[in-house]
Ligand binder design. Structure first.
Ligand SMILES: Nc1ncnc2c1ncn2[C@@H]1O[C@H](COP(=O)(O)OP(=O)(O)O)[C@@H](O)[C@H]1O
Ligand SMILES: O=C(CO)[C@@H](O)[C@H](O)COP(=O)(O)O
Length: 524
């Protein structure tokens, strides 16, 4: 028997998952990351060496759980949180903490990029608008505000690719993750020399981009020793967590869509060609399946909304049960619609559909009779409403939505699954492998070493639907509540303007996109 290892560098932790050659998950271990640092409102940073520490813990734990030897693992696939700017010096050492996907400090850089390159041209070049979460604006922010740090930067890697570098010594990425940098020509599946030229960045900063199942290198002696595996074990490109997660859930052909509630929330549809929203409210990225693309809408704080409630207000006991289960049990006693309580989940600004880094969350409709359970139920519903905004855009774009599969930690909750079916007005399915992204990375590894001929075949053979929930009695109430939700953001925007007249106070004013005297020059 041969085995595959998928590693997913999430926001909350790094997961190592082992699949056998039939694609069955036989072990899964997670090591948590330190919570991301938010030294100012809207900032989000993590230490890349904490991801590596978590990887070194999770992989040996998964091997031990599976009762396997190092030699049993024939290939490794990587997946991870997207967009994060991991900045390395000439020796490959980390220059400063990584600015991660939900960091919102770069509105000035985005405005300047849009002004200089033009909104339409940006979409022509990269298939996407300039958004604060993407990698390029983060690079420009560091170049502008931290010239000393920037002067040392020689390489930019995405989070999972930093782990690849530690494992294999190779700097490489995959086309799905590269799509979220705003430096990638998504339609042509290659780095955009025009974007590099427009921002005076050298191509030498960027790693080579591979298709998801391609082998990018193999474990070095040092990398192998760190995780308890054999030197020479091949490592495939894998995918950004949403594309890899879609592979793990079998979302590989047009018509198949998944809704994932991790820290963020994502509605992801596979497409045969790059499908564009002219207003850029959803992202158009390469899929981890060669020759395919996807569109996705992103809620910044989906699972994060419930986590925030848990961390700030407690999970209501210490009976040894999963805290999220205790929380969702509290919400079970409350009827659909939460007796008029409504949550807008904009804790970290919002991407789809508002593209507004300065948006803020709100809880409205409270009365003295309401309980914690009402607030929790409102959070579950508000997150689903936010994902429904993405489905609404997909329908406007005529992207087919034939089957919806649920993923991420949020799919563990029966209540959240029912709320999603009710809000989307369509049945939702779950699949056997809960840990979609790590599983997808493992499947891509299997394709890379020839265990399956291609990704479609791997998914057809391995992915198994385990449950289906149909819209229930709550659907009609939630359809009405969704109308109230749609009215909430414009109203909040007006109030927000009074509360925070200078939304741009997230960062000092931008001077120029051009590098300063002490900043990066191409390597000789
Ligand atoms: N049993 C559960 N019930 C409801 N929500 C859950 C449960 N377990 C996890 N979650 C939600 O899932 C989120 C974590 O999902 P996960 O996919 O592990 O995130 P990430 O990949 O971003 O680290 C949590 O923040 C929480 O909101
Ligand atoms: O920014 C995106 C996708 O564009 C996020 O999906 C990140 O990739 C983080 O994912 P999770 O930690 O929520 O899995």
């Amino acid at each position: 028997m041969t085995y595959l290892l998928g590693i997913d560098v999430g926001t909350g932790g790094t997961r190592a998952l082992i699949l056998d050659e039939s694609g069955t998950v036989i072990a899964s271990a997670t090591s948590d990351h330190a919570p991301f640092a938010s030294p100012h409102t809207g900032w989000a940073e993590q230490d890349p060496d904490d991801w590596w520490r978590a990887c070194r813990q999770a992989v040996p734990r998964a091997l031990e759980q599976a009762g396997l030897q190092a030699s049993d693992i024939v290939a490794i696939g990587l997946s991870g949180q997207m967009h994060g700017a991991t900045l390395l010096d000439t020796a490959g050492a980390v220059v400063r903490p990584a600015l991660i996907w939900c960091d919102q400090r770069t509105q000035a850089e985005c405005d300047q990029l849009t002004e200089r390159i033009g909104a339409a041209r940006l979409i022509e070049l990269t298939s996407n608008p300039a958004l604060t979460g993407f990698t390029l604006p983060k690079l420009l922010w560091v170049r502008r505000t931290e010239p000393d740090a920037w002067a040392r930067v020689r390489h930019v890697l995405l989070p999972k690719d930093y782990i690849r570098f530690r494992l294999t010594g190779r700097m490489a990425t995959d086309v799905a993750d590269a799509s979220g940098t705003l430096l990638f020509d998504v339609a042509r599946r290659t780095w955009s020399s025009e974007m590099l030229a427009a921002t005076s960045l050298p191509a030498s900063l960027l790693p080579e981009a591979f298709e998801g199942p391609q082998v990018t290198g193999s474990l070095t002696a040092e990398g192998a020793a760190a995780v308890g595996l054999l030197a020479g074990t091949p490592v495939v490109a894998g995918g950004g967590d949403q594309a890899a997660g879609a592979v793990g859930m079998g979302i590989v052909r047009a018509g198949a869509v998944c809704a994932t509630i991790g820290t963020s929330g994502v509605v992801f549809a596979a497409t045969d060609r790059p499908a564009l929203d002219p207003s850029g409210r959803v992202h158009t990225f390469c899929h981890a399946v060669p020759g395919r693309w996807h569109v996705m809408g992103v809620t910044q704080a989906a699972g994060l909304s419930l986590r925030w409630f848990r961390d700030r207000f407690g999970s209501g006991g210490s009976d040894g049960r999963d805290p999220y289960e205790r929380l969702t049990d509290e919400a079970l006693a409350v009827p659909p619609g939460a007796d008029g309580v409504l949550w807008a989940p904009y804790l970290m600004g919002e991407r789809t559909p508002h593209l507004d880094a300065s948006a803020r969350a709100a809880l409205i409709g409270l009365a003295a009779s309401h309980t914690r359970g009402h607030v929790i139920r409102a959070i579950l519903e508000g997150v689903a409403f936010s994902l429904q905004d993405s489905f609404t855009i997909l329908r406007e774009m005529q992207v087919p939505v034939e089957a919806i599969r649920l993923g991420g930690g949020g799919a563990r909750s029966a209540l959240w699954r029912q709320v999603q079916a009710d809000v989307y007005g369509q049945s939702v399915q779950t699949v056997a492998a809960e840990e979609g992204a790590a599983c997808g990375a493992g499947l891509l590894a299997g394709v890379g070493v020839g265990l399956w001929p291609d990704v479609d075949t791997a998914c057809d053979r391995v992915v198994r639907v385990t449950s289906e929930v149909t819209p229930g009695e709550g659907a009609a109430v939630l359809a009405r509540q969704y109308l109230a939700y749609r009215a909430l953001y414009p109203a909040l925007k007006q109030v927000q303007a009074l509360l925070m007249p200078q939304a741009s106070s997230l960062q000092p004013p931008a001077s120029s996109l051009q590098p300063q005297a002490s900043s990066l020059r191409p390597e000789p």
